[in-house]
Design a protein around this ligand. Sequence first.
Ligand code: DGY
Length: 323
Amino acid sequence: MPFNVIQYEDLPQDLEQRLQEQCNVTRVESLDPGQGNQFRAALAEAEGMIGVSQDVGPGLLDLAPKLRVASTISVGYDHFDVAEMTKRRIMLMHTPDVLTETTADMVFTLILCAARRAPELHGMVKSGGWTSTIGAEHFGSDVHGKKLGIIGMGRIGSAVARRARHGFNMEILYHNRTVNREAEALFDARLCSLDELLSESDFVCLMLPLTDQTKKMIGPAEFDKMKPEAYLINGGRGPVVDEQALVLALQEGKIRGAGLDVYEQEPLPADSPLLTLANVVTLPHIGSATHETRYAMAACALENLLGALSQRSTRNCVNPEVV
Ligand code: DGY
């Protein structure tokens, strides 16, 4: 008997075919229960689901009494109520590792673009504004040799630290729940308090998941501690930063600039003050968005789903206690 699965995100063609060969698939655009009886009927029979960026909480789970596995095509799983899923013995699978290097590349892009003002000056050239030799008003900041403070020294934080230490000769500070001996040995990274990291770093780089503990972790008090020539880089989750406080810090010159890939609300609303500030680089949540990596993530998520449904493998399970 094939497994009943809800698919709520496109997959590359070959993976889609594999899913269809092994499962009875209902394809939907969203997980909104209001979308009709056909969806609710499919949910009532669903044993698995695969997709990304849709909220899964008790309301939806009540409609899916047979659900055993949810596979997200992402490393982050803040869209899921994990405690509720664990209570109901539903496995949540995610895609770590395959996106680590690509996301670290993007974080470094943010560091370089913010410091060297590349998007701003590119815009000036394209719009015909380069009419004389560049002067101090367009100078940026050095990256090499500076101090990089990484908050959240997990897989991606470590990959950023490797680039910074071995590619740009940067000094690495980090703040983390646990000591990362490997990062200390490989990148001379130094564990320090949040206050010390904020007050010493030239670049404060956030690589944190969104949890109750990390929400709005960086707010007015934290910006007050940063150096006026420092940059905030966020490649993790937007709500970790109090965005209103960030806008004020940028407007008042409490920090020199920011490089952001993630926001409190995504897509970033058209009236966001962030869009009017020249000292902010804004990317549209593209940490893992390359052809190669998005394919690898989809393949990993599919393998996670099929492996867990058929009880072959529980690799990449967020809540292995349910197994
Ligand atoms: C992830 O995998 O969590 C990325 O942020 C894409 O959502």
